[in-house]
Ligand binder design. Structure first.
Ligand code: SAH
Ligand code: SF4
Length: 350
């Protein structure tokens, strides 16, 4: 399949209507195609109410299925990790995290990452490509299809309700596709997911954060990991370009709906960023009115250079933050048995 073809997952109803009419079919067919697409059915041959000649045309004129599932692993806790290949043969990972009341899909935005955070498995992989908006959306559609074909145990929610851009890559470094994919996720003729249910996680590219706030003010998560510039320069090297003071100003201006908070992600590394002085710096940095802290357990991977802080220490750190009026939680790690937890997404070469 030619990868320069327009990808079905990224099309809106209006553009598809125009295309369908240009191909000589009635425009109402576009709505039928979009309805199938939004359910995760991307293969024209499965779109049962379309005439055969339209199915053939779709197969010829569009790239209907930009992703191919190469592998799927299911964790004991219901988490599913998918390995998809792109048209180019490069591979990406996507994770479904089902809970009783919600289903979250963690999507990738790039193959690899340029930013080189030393604790991150993805960061150790060389940057290979930006994903297109179609490839970003197709991850969600593929999970939807899998949920229909392979239902979850009945105690877990069987729909996709939440999206987090926390898979491979730095979404803000792929800004155009990020914005286009957000538009599609939220659109009525797209997946129609509320902005309150979408979170973009970033290591802190401040001009891009500003633009996100202006254009699509979805939930924001910042990979903070240290509130000391020296230390953050090492842990999150983009800090050298956008230091904490710049980040502070940017976060103060990010638009937040009533009673919503920015999440500051704080990975706890034993003896590195979990000391008393780190706590003090964090207490100074956080704006308790607008931000909450999510302490993340380090997920080791083969060859990883750090140790996670012990659980008691993480709990104590959280308690110290809470006692100073800061909302703080310790994030439960999901899917660890299949290496699907944060920072463990690293596609093997296909
Ligand atoms: N590039 C973006 C989004 C992807 S990373 C970002 O950095 O925010 C998603 C989250 O996983 C980030 O908070 C990241 O810091 C965290 N993470 C990376 N490696 C990790 C590891 N080994 N253990 C736990 N969390 C990790
Ligand atoms: Fe890239 Fe995020 Fe990993 Fe850093 S933590 S290397 S920004 S994916």
């Amino acid at each position: 399949m030619n990868k320069t073809l327009v990808q079905l997952p990224s099309l809106n109803l209006e553009s598809l209507k125009n295309m369908v009419s240009d191909w000589g079919f009635p425009a109402f067919r576009a709505k039928q195609i979009i309805d199938w697409r939004n359910k995760g059915i991307l293969n024209p041959d499965d779109m049962r109410n379309l005439p055969q000649d339209l199915r053939t045309t779709l197969n010829q004129k569009l790239c209907c299925q930009p992703l191919k599932q190469v592998q799927r692993q299911c964790s004991e806790d219901g988490t599913r990790k998918y390995l998809f290949s792109l048209q180019s043969g490069k591979t990406i990972e996507t994770v479904l995290i089902p809970e009783p009341e919600r289903g979250t899909v963690c999507i990738s935005s790039q193959v690899g990452c340029v930013l080189d955070c030393p604790f991150c498995h993805t960061g150790t992989q060389k940057f290979e490509a930006n994903l297109t908006a179609g490839e970003i959306i197709a991850q969600v559609l593929a999970v939807k299809e899998d949920l229909r074909n392979n239902p979850l145990p009945s105690d877990l929610h069987d729909q996709v309700t939440h999206i987090v851009y926390m898979g491979m890559g730095e979404p803000m470094a792929n800004e155009e596709a990020l914005h286009e994919s957000l538009k599609m996720l939220m659109a009525e003729d797209g997946l129609h997911i509320s902005r309150r249910r979408i979170t973009v996680s970033t290591s802190g590219l401040t001009p891009q954060i500003e633009r996100l706030g202006e254009i699509h003010p979805v939930n924001l998560a910042i990979s903070l990991h240290s509130a000391l510039d020296d230390e953050r320069n090492t842990l999150v090297p983009i800090n050298r370009k956008y230091p904490l003071q710049t980040l502070r100003t940017c976060l103060n201006l990010y638009p937040l709906p009533h009673q919503r908070h920015i999440t500051l992600e704080y990975l706890m590394l034993d003896g590195v960023n979990d000391r008393q002085e780190d706590l003090q710096a964090l207490l100074q940095f956080v704006n308790p009115e607008r931000e909450r802290v999510n302490l993340i357990r380090f997920n080791p991977y083969p060859g990883s250079p750090y140790e996670g802080s012990p659980t008691e220490h993480m709990n104590k750190f959280a308690q110290d933050l809470i006692s100073k009026g800061i909302r703080a939680t310790v994030r439960r790690s999901r899917g660890q048995d299949i290496m699907a937890a944060c920072g463990q997404l690293k596609s093997s070469a296909a």
